[in-house]
Each structure stands twice: as C-alpha cells, then as structure tokens.
Design a protein around this ligand. Sequence first.
Ligand SMILES: *[C@@H]1O[C@H](CO)[C@@H](O)[C@H](O)[C@H]1NC(C)=O
Ligand SMILES: *[C@@H]1O[C@H](CO)[C@@H](O)[C@H](O)[C@H]1NC(C)=O
Ligand SMILES: *[C@@H]1O[C@H](CO)[C@@H](O)[C@H](O)[C@H]1NC(C)=O
Ligand SMILES: *[C@@H]1O[C@H](CO)[C@@H](O)[C@H](O)[C@H]1NC(C)=O
Ligand SMILES: *[C@@H]1O[C@H](CO)[C@@H](O)[C@H](O)[C@H]1NC(C)=O
Ligand SMILES: *[C@@H]1O[C@H](CO)[C@@H](O)[C@H](O)[C@H]1NC(C)=O
Length: 815
Amino acid sequence: MASSSSPRRLGFLAALVFAVSVSASVSSVSGGSGPITTNGGNYTRVCDPARFSAAGLDMAGFPYCDASLPYADRVRDLVGRMTLEEKVANLGDRAGGAPRVGLPGYLWWGEALHGVSDVGPGGTWFGDAVPGATSFPLVINSAASFNETLWRAIGGVVSTEIRAMYNLGHAELTYWSPNINVVRDPRWGRASETPGEDPFVVGRYAVNFVRGMQDIDGATTAAAATDAFSRPIKVSSCCKHYAAYDVDAWNGTDRLTFDARVQERDMVETFERPFEMCIRDGDASCVMCSYNRINGVPACADARLLTETVRRDWQLHGYIVSDCDSVRVMVRDAKWLGYTGVEATAAAMKAGLDLDCGMFWEGVHDFFTTYGVDAVRQGKLKESAVDNALTNLYLTLMRLGFFDGIPELESLGAADVCTEEHKELAADAARQGMVLLKNDAALLPLSPEKVNSVALFGQLQHINATDVMLGDYRGKPCRVVTPYDGVRKVVSSTSVHACDKGSCDTAAAAAKTVDATIVVAGLNMSVERESNDREDLLLPWSQASWINAVAEASPSPIVLVIMSAGGVDVSFAQDNPKIGAVVWAGYPGEEGGTAIADVLFGKYNPGGRLPLTWYKNEYVSKIPMTSMALRPDAEHGYPGRTYKFYGGADVLYPFGHGLSYTNFTYASATAAAPVTVKVGAWEYCKQLTYKAGVSSPPACPAVNVASHACQEEVSFAVTVANTGGRDGTHVVPVYTAPPAEVDGAPRKQLVAFRRVRVAAGAAVEVAFALNVCKSFAIVEETAYTVVPSGVSRVLVGDDALSLSFPVQIDLQAAA
Ligand SMILES: *[C@@H]1O[C@H](CO)[C@@H](O)[C@H](O)[C@H]1NC(C)=O
Ligand SMILES: *[C@@H]1O[C@H](CO)[C@@H](O)[C@H](O)[C@H]1NC(C)=O
Ligand SMILES: *[C@@H]1O[C@H](CO)[C@@H](O)[C@H](O)[C@H]1NC(C)=O
Ligand SMILES: *[C@@H]1O[C@H](CO)[C@@H](O)[C@H](O)[C@H]1NC(C)=O
Ligand SMILES: *[C@@H]1O[C@H](CO)[C@@H](O)[C@H](O)[C@H]1NC(C)=O
Ligand SMILES: *[C@@H]1O[C@H](CO)[C@@H](O)[C@H](O)[C@H]1NC(C)=O
C-alpha cells in the first residue's frame, strides 16, 4: 500500500507546489506588471526535448509528445500517466500541470471581447515589449455595421495580436469571447458586450468572430479533414454565457441567484440559437455555461443543456467551462438542493462541465480542484468523467499548438501588435458602426470648408473620452483618439466646454460665436455594466436639460452625439427642432474620435443600423426584467420584447434604424414563384395554432425541419440604387414574415443582411438565396422548428425604404 501510493503522493505534492507558485506569482502582480504566463516566454511548445531534459526527463519516454501519433492517442497517453490527484489539479482555470510527467501549468482564463484584454488572473498581460493592443469598438458598435467581413477581420486581428503576445510570453491561447447572449430587455447592463437583440445577427456575429479568432488560413492537416478534433486553431474562442442569461442585478434579483423561468419555445428560438450557430457554423472550441438556473437547474449542472445539446446535438469540438465561479455559486448563492462542494462538483462534471473557473473565496479557489478527488473517492463521480474532461481540455491545447507549436505563427512578435493597419481597422469598425439617427434639413455632414470654428459641449468624460470609449473587458489600448482630438484635427479652432456640473454656463456666449455646436453626451459604466442593469432608459445626470439649454442658446441647430450601448430615450432631442442631428457613436474604442469626426464632417457617410430597439422610457414600466418570455403576455399585460414581438408605440427608433447622407432606392427583378415542398410522409406534418376565425387549416399545416432534407430555396435579387449626391454604404436587411393566420408567430424575423457600397448615381445588384428551412421556419408552441404552409412574405429594408413580396409555400404530402 505504502510503496504503491508513495510515487502518486509525490506527484500530487509536485503538482500542488506548482499550482501554489502560479497563484503566488499571480497575486504578487495583480497591479499589472511582470511576466506571469505559465511559459514565461521560455518556450513556445511543451514537447521540446530541452524543456524535458532541464526537468530531468527524457521526452522520448512520453508518447504524448510523439507528433506522428493522432491527437486522441497522445491525449490518452498523457491522461493515462496522471494520478487522480494530478488529474484533478488540472480541472480548474489555474491548471497545475503535472511536472512528474513533463506537463506544465496553464492559465485558461483569457478575455478578448473587443481586443486583447488583461482581465483575468494574469495569463495575458501588458508591459515592456507589449505595452498595449488594438482596442476595437465595443461589440454593440461593430454589430451595428452589419458587415460580416468586418466581424471576421476583427477576430483575425485579435488572434494575430494574441499569437504575437504568446510568442513573447505575454499571453495564453484560450479566450472566453464572444459574449453572445441576446439583449432581451433594454435595461440589461451588458448590452455593450453583445451584438444586440436579434438571435440571427448575434449568431452571425459569433460565427464570424470565432472563425476570425480560430481559423488558420490554409492550415488543414490531412487528419483535420476527417477529424474536427484535429483541426489546428490559431486561438481558442468561447461562446458564452450559455444560456438564458441576461439579468445581472435588477430590483433585488441578481445573476447568481436568478432562476430564469423559460419556455422551451423561447429556448430554441431565442436563447439557444446563437449558441447553436456559434458551435455548428463557427466550430467554436469552447462553450461557457452561465451562473443562473433555468427552470430550477443551474446551467452548469444541466446534462440536457451541456451533454445532450451542446456536445451531442451540436457536436462541440472543444471544452465546456463554467462562468467564474458558477460551481461555487450553486452551493453558496443558489443553495441548490442543499448540495455540498463535493456534490456540486460531481453534479457539474457529470452534466458535462470540463473546467471550473474559480475565484478565491474563503481560501478556496475553484471547486473542481478542491473537491474532485473526494468526489471520486467517495464514489459520487467516476474517474472516467475526470478523464473525459481532461481529454476535451488537452485536445483543445493540442489543436492550439501548445504541445507542438504552430510554425507559421511563430514569427509573430511585437511588431505585429498595434500596427497601423490594425489601428485603421479599429477606426474603420467605428465608422462602420456609427448610426445616424436624425438629420433634419441635412444638417450633417458639416462642411470642413464652411465650418471654421466649433464649440464642443459635454461632460469631459465624453468629450475627452480616454476611458468611456473603451468600455468593459478592455485591455491597454495602443492609444486613444478622443472626440476632441478628432474634431480638432478637422477644425483647429475647436473650444471645449465642460458641462459636468449639470449646466453649461458658457453655452450662450460660446455658441453664438462659432460656426457649429456639437454636444457629446451619453452613459458610462456606472449606468450600464456587468452586475449593473439600468433602472430607466433616460440620459442620466440632467444631461437633457443642459443639452436643451445649449440648443436654445445656439443660433442654428446643434449636433448631438450619444455614447451608450443600450438604447437611450432621447425623445427630447428627436422632438427639438434646434437639435438638428443625432448620431449614435456607441463606445467606439481607441480610434473613436477619428471615426466621429469622419462622420460629422462627411469624410465617411454613415451606414450603420441599430442592432437593438430604442424604446421610449415608458416601455420598462410595462414589464419586469425578470420575465423571460419574448411574446406578449395578455394575462400579465406584458407587451412583448424585441422587434419580433413588440408592436406597441413605445419605440423611439426601431431595430435596424439608420439614416445616410445620400438616398437609396430598391428595385427587384424577381417575381416570387410558389415553392412546393414535398413532405415525405404524413408523420412529418405538424399541427399549428391558428388565429381565431381561420376556418379550414391545410391538411399539412407545417413540416418539421429536423426531418426534412431542406433543399428548397427562394432566390431573388435586389437592386440598390444610390439616387443622392454622395457615395455611401447601405445595409440591405431581409426579413421573412410567416403566414398571417398563424398564431403566436414573430411579426417578422431577420434572415439575411448584406452591407454594400454604392457610388453616387450607381446601382448594385444584391442576390439572396433563402433556404426554406432556415429562413421561413418558425418555432411552434411545442418547440418544434417547422416551415408553415401558406403565404409567407419576404420583406426587404425597413419602414423608410422597403420592398416585399409573397412566397407561397405548399406542403404536399407524398401519396
Ligand atoms: C524561464 O527561464 C528562466 C531562465 O532559465 C528561469 O529563471 C525562469 O524561472 C523560467 N520561467 C518559467 C516560468 O519557467
Ligand atoms: C481635453 O483634452 C485636451 C488634450 O487632448 C486638453 O488639452 C484639454 O485640457 C482637456 N480638457 C479639459 C477641460 O481637461
Ligand atoms: C460616470 O459618470 C458619472 C457622472 O459624471 C460619474 O460620477 C461616475 O464616476 C462615472 N463612472 C465611471 C465608471 O466613469
Ligand atoms: C421590485 O421588487 C419589489 C419587491 O419584490 C416589487 O414589489 C416591485 O414590483 C418590483 N418592481 C418592479 C418594477 O417590478
Ligand atoms: C433624399 O430624397 C428626399 C426626397 O425624396 C430629398 O428631399 C432629399 O434631399 C434627398 N436627400 C439626399 C441626401 O439626397
Ligand atoms: C466591410 O468591412 C470590410 C472590412 O473592414 C471592409 O473592407 C468593407 O469595405 C466593408 N464593406 C462595406 C460595404 O462597408
């Protein structure tokens, strides 16, 4: 007994010592300086013979380092060599490694929401060789561009900067971005981090960002072609937070204790959809489960969500990590089933959770590494579940080149971070995401020839925005170009008037002497942020009152620029003729000031569209944030959520709103032919609920897409003509609306979009091919995704410019 257990104990102690030294170095540099990655820049691959011999080991004795073997075999070798204690020491985000078998520690937690971030335990850090990285606009801005190429390009630049930093010992390889929770309620504090309220847009953002982060152009090994677990990836990207998570802290409810009551239909249609796209179409290598419970069960302990849905149905090739620290939250906050740490550990791992991200509390970092050994020894968890989790983790690290390196990425270095090209992409992203909300009498663009003096009003945090524009999950930017810097570059005679005390005393005098008056106003992270939902949708700190006063003092209409993530009820500005133009700038990142000036002075013609509905403030008194349902609820008088289900009057600017400095028109050359869908057998037909008064429903009301080959397409082309006097870009949104007689269906749903550039006087043809199952399907009451029989409609554009045509879908059951 003693002789057989002593080597294991030694291994355990060695692992512990390693883990402790990692933690100690992390806490000693929490101020943000000094190298603390696990590799310290000393090596770029685990399987380096010199590394092994320095540790007194011979790499030849470790088949997991034999690059000629398949990843699966190498991982089996590695896990098979580890003692239970060594295994468990690697189930937390500060993985201890197993020095006895040559495995180093690893810090899994990285963030790269809109650029490389140093949020986390220190695996990614700035200083000396790498003082900063490109800070892109917040995701809600980039989403407003509706440009999939841009989203992918951003992911590509972020991952290039990460690989460069990794080579310098400044970064790890696993990042818990993007955040793809749908903004169901306009009060949600994390809107800035997300692509908005539409599950399809959120899903497309996810697919493109993840592909930009993960894909290595041209690098597909023969093995990877047949085994997705062998496909090399540049950086690991993570779809979070799964699922139904979008309440942070509101009216006494907080995310750690919130039990989201969710209908299956809403799960499939809204909450899960971006995740399904992120995994199936983006092939993301990670999913993070959220803090909240869903219908009583913690998301991170729900086998149906993790194992059945993510791993089996969607075929995740990667690992599942907890939000930090969801497992403890089950015990400490949710007090779920009265579970102990051991029980929660066993439950979460059995459900399919591979890695526990923890946070030190009462001396314990994470639950898996703390209670994992006991869970197995007490018979509550099979050791094979631990092996499974480690297999998912090490396969991911193998694909990242953690063991073997990735030669084509190893020449990246400091010169590849914050390049001119990367900063220009950040500026372009900010320009593409700006949304022109109001522009009476073509006040904008201002003419740089005619405007020789500008007065800038606002709080200093917005005019001289060195902080607000960078938003949450920032890193250290390459630099910051503030709105003042941007405007001053165009008009050297620009004066700054701070309105921080709730008034602008100099307004009257200043506004009278200048050619143009610009106000920059909005919110900041004290109003909308993680752990902090909004209470109302108004502009805080009496900004509306001094903005109106500035407008009143100005002899000619003024320009208002809004910094925010969520919608702001600026009815006062929309209604005030002395506020001639309103531009939403979001939180536009490090190059934001350049982008704002480019838009205001016409160097760039704005083409962004709102990725979420801007409600009037009255809306929020009609529905509590905690109600998860999307559809109107007659029983409680709830009005419905998002453009898909809310049809009321409390909308200031609808989803998709966005003006231009030029005019566009649409023409379509395509007449819509009816589509006949042949249904293989009667059992594929699903019943639908019809509105009252619909007398004879069709024999086959709907077909279940899961059982249909889905080859039918509806193809058409839209000609976008620029009839105005300036070049411009235009986003063509394509919606479908289900047959009017179907009850409980969305009013319309976005199914495609394309951003195009059209020169003044020119026209561009944009072709679409809509797959019937993907674009005309709805989720019926019992959560089947079905294509309804009858006349659906295709709607191109928005209220201001639109085109629509019917699509008759006949479902013919086979004889
Ligand atoms: C890196 O190498 C140096 C010099 O060999 C050594 O002192 C240091 O501890 C190593 N750092 C890590 C994290 O392995
Ligand atoms: C705003 O920033 C500029 C430099 O970018 C500085 O000159 C000016 O003093 C700042 N304004 C105030 C009021 O701090
Ligand atoms: C947000 O702005 C308010 C009002 O100016 C200020 O009191 C607060 O400190 C700011 N918060 C942050 C995070 O900058
Ligand atoms: C906030 O919570 C209180 C107490 O639970 C409740 O009475 C009140 O209606 C809630 N407010 C809103 C706006 O739902
Ligand atoms: C767009 O068209 C409207 C009328 O159709 C016209 O009043 C306006 O001047 C045009 N705008 C531009 C920028 O060409
Ligand atoms: C979309 O973004 C890409 C990448 O930034 C850019 O090159 C392209 O011009 C954009 N397309 C349009 C129509 O704005």
